[in-house]
Design a protein around this ligand. Sequence first.
Ligand code: SF4
Ligand code: SF4
Length: 370
Amino acid sequence: MQYRPLGNTGLSVSSLGFGAMRLPEDPDYAVKVMQRSLDLGVNLIDTAPGYCQENSERLVGRALAGRREPVVVSTKYRATTNSTKDLRHSLETSLKDLGVNQIDIFNFWGVRWQMFEEIIRDGPLAAARRAQSEGLFKHLGFSFHDSPEALENLINTGEFKTMIVQYNLLDRSNEKALTLARQKGMGVMVMGPVGGGRLTAPSDRIRTLVSGGFHTTPEAALRFVLANPHVSTALSGMNTLLMVEENVQHASYPEPLTQEQRKQIDELLTDLARLAELYCTGCGYCLPCEQDVNIPEVFRLANLVRVWDLKEHAVGQYANLGQEGARTPGRGATACSQCGACEERCPQDIQIIEQLKEAHRLLTATNGVL
Ligand code: SF4
Ligand code: SF4
């Protein structure tokens, strides 16, 4: 295992962190998987009160119980009002469930810039500082879901020591902000290093991004993230003992990619991203669709096949579109009534009706036609 400074916090963290967001359903096995990762050198676990039907913190607490070596614990608080009581209550519950006297990293959860300006700054921030001065947690951070510009704004407030942000082979939009965070002395924890599961599916194109290649797509994904010197740790949600062992191995390279490989990968990724944008930029101006076709999503999935060779993942996701309980809203290409309204709104002049048919062919194993 490799260790890196978590910004200027004084903490040294394993380059692979454990993301306890989707733990195995069997609680005993979940604890076993976390403990195995700790045995193999992982020393940071990130959790939140709401993860795993509100069981994650308690399971993390079980995994930590009785361990002698220190583990950096990161948890979160979702500020929905500027009530300071909520924060205190949430923090105290986290401490109890985790079975610790002090949390290492306490994060405002899923922060957007507007949320920071309208809610957090007016109450929860001061409440957090009070709790910190009483020693209930060491460092204040945030996890983030907004635009790269909003991320830079948050970094520039100077209020936070760490941040948890999305960054992976398929989404490099926060790359500039990672550099800024590092310049400001912040620790950077990356969530979704395997693209929310997309990069766990096989892709020969990704596996062979560098000369010599990688053994698997997840290996390529993890080593890409860790090759960025501004990343302190990559948080991976690990469900099996095998996944732990493989990820620990991928995170154990002193130099995850050589300078030459980084250059090579950077050029190829820039070309592939440009190619993806030729098909559809994902701007969403074509919506709404009278038949509720999720046009950008259908094209995004088609791009995963065309550009990234992630067919297995994309086909599975496409089959879910329009199904009851599907996480992504909207319907697939077959719902299109060919009214043509979307084509008039597309700034890329994409022949949406024809491209939907093509996307459907790509995304259905049977090559079905509309
Ligand atoms: S052409 Fe099809 S996809 Fe476009 S708005 Fe009409 S129904 Fe929706
Ligand atoms: S308007 Fe065009 S480029 Fe934008 S999401 Fe729709 S199809 Fe893609």
